[in-house]
Design a protein around this ligand. Structure first.
Ligand code: ATP
Length: 242
């Protein structure tokens, strides 16, 4: 029975308890428990197929066929690995897509400015680079003024340099906006770079969690960074020679 309930945020930004989602009788999410505080940046790691995207889709309200409790703020937004822009709409119209009412172009312009894309407001999606398209997708999430921003591998398809720039941008946006973020990623370094707390998912549950108590901005060269990275790799069962 679905028990997806929305509410205004007074306690945690996300409260999930006893959450189960099954496909063909197999529980992909299995009695999962998770709390995210308002303004907290949480990264979610886990082996392929452990249920990360399924959890994100539930929190986004895209999948309501669940058992248990999943409380999320009404104002939430999601960005996926693929930017999912409509090719027949200019960038600014894509940013406003699905917003209630008749939002003005200026709303899209402000969000595009915030992600460094103010000069591409009138561009067609096919003329954007991969990094620009991903920024447009982020702007589309930001116009929703989310209390919870859900990011499903948003940097996964980007080249290394663009990826670093996009990670930096998300860190800045998060600090400026103060929204809670749940970032699904395969990249342990990215998780340590951005998150307050890293969760490791295994077989439909949160198996481990690791607080990242490093000051920002974080340096990959910091020995404590390397230690946290090694620890997380160990929790993922990958391990290092270090
Ligand atoms: N609509 C669906 N129908 C049937 N099975 C599904 C469906 N969606 C997801 N699954 C299954 O649920 C499991 C978890 O999938 P999910 O996409 O959540 O994993 P993931 O951890 O995000 O993986 P990856 O890291 O590879 O993206 C997989 O075994 C997948 O095949």
């Amino acid at each position: 029975m679905a028990t997806d309930v929305h509410r205004t945020v007074t306690g945690p930004a996300v409260h999930v308890e006893g959450l189960t989602r099954s496909f063909d009788g197999r529980a992909v999410i299995d009695g999962l428990r998770l709390d995210i505080a308002p303004g907290e940046f949480v990264a979610l790691l886990g082996r392929s197929g452990c249920g990360k995207s399924t959890l994100l889709r539930i929190l986004a309200g895209l999948d309501r066929d669940i058992e248990g409790t999943a409380l999320v703020p009404r104002r939430r937004a999601v960005a996926f690995q693929a930017p999912r822009l409509m090719p027949w709409k200019k960038v600014w119209r894509n940013v406003l897509l699905g917003l209630p009412g008749r939002p003005e172009r200026a709303v899209a312009e402000r969000a595009l400015d915030e992600v460094g894309l103010g000069h591409r407001v009138d561009a067609w999606p096919k003329t954007l680079s991969g990094g620009e398209a991903q920024r447009a997708s982020l702007a589309r999430a930001l116009v929703r003024e989310p209390d919870l921003l859900l990011l499903d591998e948003p940097f996964g398809a980007l080249d290394a340099l663009t990826r670093i720039q996009a990670q930096r941008l998300v860190g800045e946006v998060w600090q400026r906006r103060g929204c809670a973020v749940l970032l699904v990623t395969h990249d342990v370094e990215e998780a340590v770079l951005l998150a307050d707390r890293v969760l490791v998912m295994d077989r439909g549950r949160i198996a481990h969690e690791q607080a990242i108590d490093l000051d920002r901005p974080r340096e990959i060269t910091d020995p404590r960074f390397a230690a946290l990275r090694a620890r997380l790799l160990g929790l993922l069962g990958v391990g290092t020679a270090a």
